[in-house]
Write a protein that binds this ligand. Structure first.
Ligand SMILES: Cc1cc2nc3c(=O)[nH]c(=O)nc-3n(C[C@H](O)[C@H](O)[C@H](O)COP(=O)(O)OP(=O)(O)OC[C@H]3O[C@@H](n4cnc5c(N)ncnc54)[C@H](O)[C@@H]3O)c2cc1C
Length: 315
């Protein structure tokens, strides 16, 4: 494209920060480029240099540290889907990443890019939100973990400034006994594109399996930023995991969010109906997994297969 003057491929986080500091807002981080280069086709870049972060080993690893599963910001969606650790202990994230774009996109696009791009419909981001994810941001004055929700300012607006800061990793607590997560998606059958609706949930059951001890629910695009359905979580906490409770969780979610009509994807009314349909299904799946009644693996095969053609109504 030749629309910037310098392209860097540093090997350490420190080098990235030094290059960004040197350019004083005139350099920008790039990972897979699947969002950034599309953006650049539409408007000329407002920077002189690109800083490619995909050669930094620590940004490319997935590992467990105590209860946490840590995913480097430059890990690709394909690598996440292939990780047995994430499939088993953070199932919703593997499912969310498995339906992003097509295989070519997933092979280069990263979870960090998905988060910093900050779209309310971003599949990986919404899935990570239901796992109560956190993001680590490196700045000139140090590095800190932040709740994922704090990283969003508005549609496409991240709290991470990619001309001065680097998202280095994402993390979430591995699901434990009687606990599981699930992700579901509704999209148009044609094309490899953003979804009409996504929903994700993590539930932990009590010892007898009769009640929900803890629940986390997320959806998109139903608000200006990826949405955590806290009212639904309050309804679910302490309740029996049955269809009536799941329906109620969807109804209170509808009161708290604001799905919109979008020209290319769906009307507000359709999205409202899909929240009533998809969210209970996702909750049902998470509960069945928490009880050990269903195993996730075949679903990835289904998700992988259909997402290549652009259609998966999963859950
Ligand atoms: C054909 C196609 C289909 C797609 N389908 C989907 C889909 O179904 N679902 C979906 O959610 N998305 C989809 N996307 C969007 C995109 O692929 C994802 O959002 C992807 O995860 C972005 O990652 P990336 O590494 O390519 O980001 P990049 O394009 O490299 O970067 C995106 C933004 O994040 C910044 N950035 C990247 N990494 C960092 C970091 N570590 N620290 C600080 N800033 C950073 C960049 O400066 C830029 O602002 C699609 C894109 C295409 C082209």
């Amino acid at each position: 494209m030749g629309r910037w003057q310098h392209y860097y491929r540093p090997r350490t986080v420190q080098e990235v920060l030094e290059i960004l500091a040197h350019y004083r807002g005139q350099a920008r981080v790039v990972a897979g480029g699947t969002d950034l280069f599309v953006e650049l086709l539409e408007k000329p870049p407002a920077f002189e240099a690109l800083v490619d972060v995909t050669a930094i080993p620590e940004l490319r690893t997935i590992y467990q540290e105590g209860d946490w599963i840590v995913v480097g910001a430059a890990v690709t969606h394909t690598e996440i889907v292939r990780s047995a650790l994430i499939r088993q202990r953070g199932t919703a994230l593997a499912e969310g990443c498995s339906v992003i774009g097509g295989p070519q996109v997933r092979n280069v696009a990263t979870l960090g890019g998905n988060v910093v791009n900050a779209l309310p419909a971003a599949d990986g981001t919404v899935a990570l939100l239901a796992l109560d994810g956190e993001g680590q941001v490196a700045r000139a004055n140090g590095s800190a973990w932040h709740p994922l929700l704090d990283l969003f300012r508005g549609p496409g607006q991240s709290a991470v400034d990619p001309t001065r800061e680097l998202l280095t990793a994402l993390r979430f607590r591995a699901t434990g006994p009687r606990e599981a997560s699930a992700f579901g998606r509704v999209m148009r059958p044609q094309g490899v594109a953003l979804p009409i609706l996504v929903a994700a949930a993590t539930v932990r059951l009590n010892g007898a399996g009769t009640h929900i001890e803890e629940a986390r629910v997320s959806l998109g695009p139903v608000a200006p930023t990826p949405f955590r359905a806290q009212r639904a979580e309050a309804v679910l906490r302490g309740a029996p995991p049955d269809a009536a409770v799941f329906r109620q969780a969807a109804e209170v979610t509808l009161q708290a969010c604001s799905p919109r009509t979008s020209r290319y994807r769906a009307t507000r009314e359709y999205r409202v109906e899909m929240i009533r349909t998809l969210l209970p299904r996702v909750l049902e799946t998470a509960v069945a997994r928490a009880r050990g009644e269903t195993w996730a693996s075949p679903r990835f095969e289904v998700a992988d297969k259909y997402s290549s053609f652009g259609c998966w109504l999963g859950g």
